[in-house]
Design a protein around this ligand. Structure first.
Ligand code: PDD
Length: 287
């Protein structure tokens, strides 16, 4: 059976799934999205992603396309129809379809919704985590509301391409103060030279990562020294460890930054432990 997508109320064959040419997501990036990791066929950290979706929609004044209860059923059905055990579910909601004009259409159109799911090979993901991955740094050039998970991702796309061409999995944005904000699709962490686990504090210039928030709750009580404090690329390069978090990568050790080894160039004990802890937590809590 081929892939199935959910588009505006209907399950359709992925190859034939389409949206209207005057969808405001297509024309203006006027929409938001969410990505859930799927573990054992269930959505990981479901509540956190639902809460952030609600917030993103609210910030753009786009009405929810359906109740949370209905959305849960549609998401689960998309996972089931695509027979996903380990993978990702992608949800996009845009303001809807209207003749092209910049202000919000009045009366508001019906929001457009698309859901897709794809499988991830757990063996490949595991192998990558065991080896560790590389990141490159790049100047921050995104807008000031990166806390809203909008589909407006062109700077992220360009940064990821730069990373790919350098043999890296992620690009870390560096702001005007010379501090790492976050990755193009993940949050950034280090265990600094003094052994302090650090990730930057939550402001409008980064996404409030659901994986980040769950990990913060998990490390509470582990006895790990932790600070919500930004770091420079130089601090990251001389750190003991580095890693990224996100629904796409869960917790992924970073072993090279701009071509320089982090620590001894192999995943460190904190990153490995936190990956294990997070996956256990996500499997336990998945629904
Ligand atoms: N990205 N920062 C950015 C810019 C992101 O796009 C993401 C997620 C994160 C991590 O958030 P979370 O832990 O809630 O997944 C941080 C998704 C996976 C994506 O764009 O595919």
């Amino acid at each position: 059976m081929g892939r199935i997508a959910y588009v505006n109320g209907r399950f359709v064959r992925h190859a034939e799934a389409a949206v209207h040419i005057e969808d405001r997501g297509y024309q203006f990036s006027d929409g938001v999205y969410e990505v859930w990791a799927v573990l054992d066929g269930k959505l990981a950290d479901s509540a956190g992603h639902f809460a952030r979706l609600k917030r993103s929609l609210g910030e753009l004044r786009i009405p929810a396309p359906m109740s949370d209860a209905a959305l849960k059923i549609v998401l689960a059905e998309t996972v089931r129809k695509n027979r996903i055990r380990e993978g990702l579910v992608y949800l996009q909601v845009t303001r809807g379809v209207a003749p092209r004009d910049h202000p919000f259409p009045d009366p508001p159109p019906v929001p457009a919704i698309v859901i897709t799911a794809k499988a991830v090979d757990p063996a490949i993901a595991k192998q990558r985590a065991q080896k560790g991955a590389a990141v490159v740094t790049t100047p921050e050039n995104r807008w000031g509301r990166c806390d809203i998970k909008t589909v407006s991702l062109l700077p992220n796309v360009l940064a990821k391409q730069k990373a790919k061409e350098a043999g890296a999995v992620e690009a870390w944005f560096v702001d005007d103060l010379g501090l790492v904000t976050e990755g193009a699709s993940s949050n950034a962490w280090i265990v600094d030279a003094a052994g302090v686990l650090r990730t930057r504090d939550i402001q409008a210039n980064i996404l409030r990562g659901v994986t980040r928030a769950s990990l913060l709750a998990l490390i509470d009580g582990l006895g790990v020294t932790f600070e919500e404090r930004p770091f420079t690329p130089a601090e990251a390069k001389s750190a003991k460890e580095a890693f990224i978090t996100g629904a796409g990568t869960l917790v992924l050790p970073i072993v090279r930054i701009d071509g320089a080894n982090v620590g001894n160039g192999a995943p460190g004990p904190v990153a490995k432990r936190l990956r294990h802890l997070y996956i256990e937590h996500a499997r336990r809590g998945a629904d």
